[in-house]
Every structure is written in structure tokens, then in C-alpha cells.
Design a protein around this ligand. Structure first.
Ligand code: NDP
Length: 397
């Protein structure tokens, strides 16, 4: 019996629902709940399995969540709503005795600030309740941490240098669009950059450091150093790391739009007065930008995300590159969503599968790299995200 509740009916939620439904030997009872119930119903219709239940819930309210949990009685909640809801959903899980999984760390609505402290603070309570919380189980964070754990387990005595490289070489044929929730995406990218070196965090200007990196089957793409949340847990869990960085590709057209959006104040996250009404510019912008869920139809090209690692094995230096390439067209054919939603939703489903198989059960709050990576890596190959390895090549970084 695997009773699972998916919260959030966006691009990622749609993929999670498709993949959960495909694995009916594990997930026997499924519910999708979100702020807008009609979106949940549309997903069920697209999947064509009327046994999947739907519900309306405002996940900002603990008591609404607890009532829903007590009614459906899930064993695990997959939280693919927005990062703002992480803490209310975790709180409700504790009150109703439900296990928890998410794909993005908590962010307060009024401050674009990324750190795990708020969620790690729940560790003792989850542990005492005998409940498992799995944090950051998308692709990055998520598979990036599992790739690192796999490298540490099989190929290195000590990891010294870690570079997570994330390329989207797809084309959605729109002048400007974000691949996941625009508000979350723009908040993340317009932040100052940050990386870890010799025990300290080094801050950079926003997108200040960049260089071309060559991606398999794609070629060289300009890649920009960003702060990304998994760096925080990875340097804690692998203390031999001397330097950890995260790189993401952006096209010139995207960056020009982003600069204009920032310069004209549309990326602001504080409230402004408009004709006597309070609005938050970035939320208004989200309402006029293309919906990431609608990008899939004409999306061509592929994503390539991986870890480039340098360290020591048996006293000798070695390098290792592990990556997945995902075709937007193939993702759309299977789930109706583009590759970025797909690469996030598939790992979330696999994490839930690991939980229900009893392989990733550990009371407390855990980041993905704290679990055994092997069965997860095996499922990536089976569930649509096959990975490849290269040894002792030039990492470019
Ligand atoms: P979307 O904006 O497409 O979907 C979010 C969904 O959550 C919507 O259905 C929305 O409802 C629902 N929601 C928002 N607020 C509430 C609320 N208060 N109560 C109930 N439901 C709510 O986002 P994505 O699907 O693109 O992203 C989902 C998550 O995945 C985000 O947290 C994002 O950060 C994360 N992500 C992680 C990645 C990774 O690799 N780790 C990569 C990409 C995304 P409504 O439809 O009514 O607005």
C-alpha cells in the first residue's frame, strides 16, 4: 500500500502525477491537491485514471492541510507547490503523522533568501515523531546531490572540487519565458552569486563570473556562476570539499530581458501601491509572462545537467563527470510538460518510491545525499533520466 498525496498542480506536479500513476505497483492510492482544484482535475483527465482523487487546499494554512491529511490519510506528501509553503506543509505533516518530500528549500515570501536552516530546524521533531522528511529531491537540488553521493561511494576517497553544471540548450520559441515558476526563477537568478572555497563562502555580483563550458551532445555554452541551495548541504555532508560551485547557462536574449526587467523595477518583491491597490511587481509580471506549463508543445533541444568532480582515490588524483541529457520533445510526448518540469518531477517520484520501498526511511530531516544513492541511480535509468559517466577527462573547470 502506497498512499501518496501530491500538493501542487503546476508543471512539476503534472510530471510527478504522471510518473506516480505509471508506477501503480508502488503508489496504490493517489491524491492531487492544490490551490486551484480544476488544475488537479485536468491532470487526472490527461492521465486518464479516474481513481486518482483531487482536492482543493490552501497550503499556506496548517489547519486546512491537517484536515486534508486526516481525511485522505496519506503516508507521504510530495510537496511540489512553491517554496513558500514548505514550512506549513512540514508543520501539518508533524501534526497529522505524515512523511514529507520536497524539491526546493523554504524561502520567505518577502525576502529572496535561500538556506536550509529553517527546514533543518525541524530535524528533532521529525525524528521524535518517527517521520522521514526528504529535502530537495528534484534534479538540482536532488539528482545533483545523488550524483555526488554516488561518486563519493564508488569512485573517491575524498572529493576536493565539485562543479554542478546545468545547461538548458532548448528553444521554446518565445522571446522571454522561464522554465519553472517565473517568480521563483527570477528571484533565484537575480540574487548575488556565491560559492564555497577553503571553508568560506565567497560572494560575487549577480552573474558576474562566467565562462564557456562544453556540454555533451550540445557543445560550448556560456555558463554563469550562481548560488544554488544544494551547495550548502553538500559541503556540510562532504567536509573534504575544498571548492563547490554551481553553473547555469543563459542565452543573451534571456539575459537582456532579465536586465530590463530588473532595471524597470519589475523584479521587485515588495508591495507597491497601484491605483489604490497593493501589488507585488514580480507577481504581476508572472501573470503576464508565458505559463511554463504551456511551453512544452514547440520546445526543441535538450537539457544537460551533471556533476564534474575532482578528488583522490587510492592516493591518486582523478576526475569524474556524471550527467543526464533530457530531450524536451520526449518529455512533452510522455507527460505534456517540457524538460525542466520533467527533470524535476521524475526524481521527486523516485524519491517517493525509495521511501515506499523502505530504502529511504530515516526519521528526521534529511538531504538526499544522506541516503544510499544506488537504488535511486538504478531507477533514474528506468524512469526516463538515463545517466552517463566519463572518467579522467579534462573537466574545463
Ligand atoms: P508552478 O508555479 O507551475 O506550480 C506551483 C503549483 O503550486 C501551482 O499549481 C499552484 O497553484 C500551487 N500553489 C501555489 N501556492 C499554493 C498554495 N498556497 N496552496 C496550494 N497550492 C499552491 O511551479 P512549478 O511546477 O514550476 O514548480 C514547483 C516547485 O518545483 C517549486 O517549488 C520549484 O521551486 C520547484 N523546482 C525545483 C527544481 C529542482 O530541480 N529541484 C527545478 C524546478 C522547479 P495555482 O495553480 O493555483 O497557482
Amino acid at each position: 500500500m502506497g498512499r501518496v498525496l501530491i500538493i501542487g498542480a503546476g508543471g512539476v506536479g503534472t510530471v510527478v502525477a504522471h510518473k506516480v500513476a505509471q508506477n501503480s505497483d508502488i503508489f496504490t492510492d493517489i491524491m492531487i491537491a492544490s490551490r486551484t482544484r480544476s488544475k488537479c482535475d485536468a491532470i487526472v483527465e490527461a492521465i486518464g485514471n479516474p481513481a486518482i482523487q483531487t482536492a482543493q487546499v490552501d497550503a499556506d494554512h496548517v489547519e486546512e492541510l491537517v484536515a486534508l491529511f486526516n481525511n485522505f490519510k496519506p503516508e507521504l506528501v510530495i510537496n511540489v507547490a512553491l517554496p513558500y509553503q514548505d514550512l506549513t506543509i512540514m508543520e501539518a505533516c508533524l501534526q497529522a503523522g505524515v512523511n514529507y518530500l520536497d524539491t526546493a528549500n523554504y524561502e520567505p515570501l518577502d525576502e529572496a533568501h535561500f538556506e536550509y536552516s529553517w527546514q533543518w530546524a525541524y530535524h528533532e521533531r521529525f525524528k521524535e515523531a518517527g517521520l522521514t522528511a526528504i529535502l530537495g529531491c528534484g534534479f538540482d537540488p536532488g539528482v545533483s546531490g545523488i550524483f555526488t553521493a554516488y561518486a563519493a561511494k564508488h569512485y573517491f576517497d575524498e572529493i576536493h572540487y565539485l562543479d554542478i553544471v546545468d545547461c538548458n540548450a532548448g528553444d521554446h520559441h518565445k522571446a522571454f519565458a522561464t522554465n519553472f515558476n517565473p517568480e521563483i526563477n527570477i528571484r533565484e537568478i537575480t540574487q548575488k552569486g556565491r560559492y564555497y572555497e577553503d571553508g568560506k563562502w565567497v560572494e560575487t555580483g549577480s552573474l558576474e563570473i562566467h565562462q564557456p563550458i562544453t556540454y555533451p551532445n550540445i557543445g560550448p555554452r556560456e555558463s554563469y556562476l550562481l548560488y544554488h541551495e544544494e551547495l550548502e548541504s553538500l559541503v556540510k555532508n562532504y567536509p573534504t570539499i575544498k571548492r563547490a560551485r554551481f553553473w547555469m547557462t543563459f542565452g543573451q536574449e534571456y539575459l537582456t530581458h532579465l536586465r530590463v526587467i530588473q532595471n524597470i523595477g519589475m523584479a521587485r518583491i515588495d508591495e507597491i501601491d497601484y491605483n489604490g491597490q497593493k501589488i507585488v511587481p514580480i507577481q504581476f509580471l508572472k501573470a503576464v509572462l508565458p505559463n511554463p506549463q504551456d511551453l512544452g508543445e514547440n520546445y526543441t533541444g535538450e537539457t544537460s545537467i551533471g556533476c564534474r568532480i575532482r578528488g583522490i582515490k587510492d592516493g591518486k588524483e582523478r576526475t569524474y563527470y556524471v550527467y543526464n541529457n533530457c530531450s524536451h520533445e520526449a518529455a512533452y510526448k510522455e507527460t505534456g510538460m517540457q524538460g525542466v518540469s520533467y527533470t524535476t518531477g521524475v526524481p521527486a517520484m523516485i524519491g517517493a518510491m525509495m521511501y515506499f520501498k523502505g530504502l529511504w526511511k530515516r526519521p528526521g530531516v534529511n538531504n538526499v545525499e544522506e541516503f544510499d544513492p544506488d537504488p535511486f541511480m538504478d531507477q533514474l535509468n528506468k524512469q526516463g533520466l538515463p545517466w552517463h559517466e566519463e572518467f579522467d577527462k579534462d573537466l574545463e573547470l
